[in-house]
Write a protein that binds this ligand. Sequence first.
Ligand code: HEC
Ligand code: HEC
Ligand code: HEC
Ligand code: HEC
Ligand code: HEC
Length: 376
Amino acid sequence: MKSQFLVFGKLIVILSLAALLAPVSLASAAGPAFESSLVCGGCHEATHRNWNASLHALSFTNPIFQTAYQKAYTETGGEAKKYCLRCHAPTVQVTGDYDAKLAITREGVTCDFCHTIVSVDLKNREKPFVSEPGKVKRSVLKDATSPHHQTKYSADFASSKLCAGCHAFDNRHGVSVGNTYNEWLGSPYAKEGKQCQSCHMKEIPGATANEGGRNTIHDHSLSHNIASMNDAVVVTIKQFQRTSDRLGVKVMVTNDRAGHSIPTGTPERRLVLEVRSHDASGAVLEVHKREYHKTIVDADGNVVSSDGDVFLNGVKIVSDNRLGPKESREESVVFSQKTGRIDSVSADVYFSYQALVTGKTEMRIPVFNTRTKTTQ
Ligand code: HEC
Ligand code: HEC
Ligand code: HEC
Ligand code: HEC
Ligand code: HEC
């Protein structure tokens, strides 16, 4: 990845000059252009509505990406566009529109990019997909006919490989900053043959096409989906010791339902466990916290704490205590009884994102909560 950046340093200058001189539609002269999701949505209304709510649809325009991208762009004198956009606006791989002048670029991970993928080669880390925009749209239906395009069955669409091209990434120093695919490869789910799609693109009611379609679609709303996160982590509390001044509990935290580590993806994500003691009225007496995350440092040993820095400046993973797929971790927590008589203990698990938009903003997404009465 490092060499890619260095090599592109020179290339970019030439390319961006060419872009200034040439008309914007340079790419379409070379072959058929990608079609807008709005065209697809004319017939695939249910899927379009579904995708429109996904982070794939927002992968270029969302303010969290834009903030990090602008920082990376400035710090690298523009080189970052070659690196970031190949996943966040993947049509640029074919159109060469690295300055985002075409509307299709701003559609992010759009219908026609995925559905014209003809092959996936994960060994080619910089360009794993070959996407050939044109009349043939591929996916998992074996006998589909459409008035607008040709169709072709492709087994890749039912495989994690299709996701891996973007959901496994090293930064420019070769540090594995996000590697959902490899976490999954080593999991029991991969051995059972359960792919990313088995959990993230379930069959839901809806017409594949307004006319002549069937009545279930695969869910395209890939995002921070609260429903899929609920109970992804399960927590149980066991009391183990009570003395006149202390109460000890054991808390078991299990990654019950994610096919990869929790949290996965960019290291900005933290999973937080909060264990609290309460008195008989329910008031909180004491709080203990545990955090599960991956910590990456820069060349000076400082923790890098924004997505942009992680991609640009992270040189080493110094710790990683995330919960692996199906892993259970036991945490011991000791409460003092001096703060008041403990009547119950509760635990919450939530995701905390320190997203950098204009300043740091914390977002919390609840995952699990439980409360148990203590015994005398
Ligand atoms: C004029 C209507 C129409 C338009 C526009 C249209 N499609 Fe389709 N498409 C269909 C119909 C009908 C089917 C067949 C559905 C079925 O058999 O259940 C289909 C099937 C598909 C399939 C399944 C292919 C397979 O073999 O698995 C894909 C993928 C697809 N379309 C993608 C797209 C994309 C991407 C666009 C926009 C670039 C698009 N379609 C635009 C009508 C349309
Ligand atoms: C062309 C690249 C690309 C492909 C292929 C791709 N993704 Fe993504 N995906 C992204 C990007 C980029 C984002 C982040 C969007 C953002 O938040 O800015 C994302 C976001 C997501 C999210 C939401 C993550 C979150 O932070 O909540 C899920 C879930 C997801 N993808 C699953 C999948 C699955 C499953 C597949 C395979 C069927 C897949 N993706 C294929 C690029 C891709
Ligand atoms: C990240 C890549 C990706 C994007 C973006 C994407 N799809 Fe799909 N699509 C898939 C995959 C993967 C499947 C098969 C899922 C499975 O087998 O579990 C699929 C299946 C389909 C099918 C076959 C019917 C079905 O639901 O299984 C149609 C039609 C379709 N997509 C249309 C669209 C349209 C229209 C858009 C944009 C509004 C879109 N897709 C965006 C990856 C994508
Ligand atoms: C056994 C089911 C299962 C499988 C298989 C699975 N996932 Fe997940 N995934 C989940 C659950 C549950 C969550 C929510 C918990 C979390 O965010 O870690 C999740 C979360 C995610 C997120 C982060 C969403 C967020 O908001 O933080 C991404 C990205 C993702 N999965 C991508 C993938 C990819 C890519 C694959 C295949 C390589 C995959 N998943 C395989 C169940 C699964
Ligand atoms: C190999 C593909 C890939 C490359 C290259 C890549 N990203 Fe991402 N990025 C993703 C995926 C996939 C996600 C969402 C899921 C996750 O966290 O794994 C994501 C998530 C993000 C997020 C979090 C967005 C949110 O909605 O929370 C930011 C910010 C981000 N990327 C910025 C960048 C920047 C800046 C660059 C270039 C320096 C870059 N990315 C390069 C694939 C990529």
